[in-house]
Design a protein around this ligand. Sequence first.
Ligand code: ADP
Ligand code: ADP
Ligand code: ZN
Length: 216
Amino acid sequence: MKIVLLGPPGAGKGTQAKSISNRYSIPHISTGDIFRKNISENTPLGIEAKKYIDKGQLVPDEVTINMVKDRLQEDDCKSGFLLDGFPRTVIQAEALQEFLLERDKNLDTALLIEVPTEFILERMTGRRVCPSCGASYHIKYNPPIHGDKCDVCGSDIIQRKDDSEETVSERLDVYKKQTQPLIDFYKEKNLLSVVDGTKAINEVFEGICALLGDFE
Ligand code: ADP
Ligand code: ADP
Ligand code: ZN
């Protein structure tokens, strides 16, 4: 299956992506995670990306598109992939369409996790993440089992610098201006599926599986 996840920051894309990736055995490709890994390793890509990420702005299209194309050409993507956080602009979405078309491939669906703005601030300021494996937690809705340690790998969980209240509001503006137009982009191509993201994490996952059943 070839899936793109859409939704505002904090919608639950990363959380659901982990479960989808396990259930359907497709690699979870999170552009945010790739950028953060590069930042922690101080690579040239990381140094460039950090300038934008810390301000809540998007990393330039060219850099992001090349990074994703490289990733999609790895072996594990042959039977499918789950993109989380990409595309985020119409230019990125067009680049992905072109990349797939050149290889005689098609997306199965763009899955929108729909969550109204009033939920977002609490989700994002309460988010904690594992810097080692990318697992996402919430202090109220999805706390780790053992204090501040990641359930999956045992590392200390942290708060992302760009999850502060000021940066969150910038990220929401960026989402509305640059990413929300993708909903119509995929609707016009008849590729959009929508799931209600306001329910509990496991219920959202059930909703997603019901939709994805059609593409298996
Ligand atoms: P969230 O899941 O909270 O939306 P991400 O981890 O997906 O956040 O992304 C964190 C940051 O990384 C974004 O705010 C942006 O600066 C950068 N980023 C991630 N994906 C992209 C992309 N496709 N295009 C440009 N910038 C991106
Ligand atoms: P995204 O990748 O879309 O930015 P995350 O998956 O990181 O979003 O989720 C954002 C925050 O909201 C995290 O703290 C996560 O634990 C929490 N969260 C995710 N889904 C739900 C849900 N359905 N109900 C309550 N909290 C959720
Ligand atoms: Zn972990």
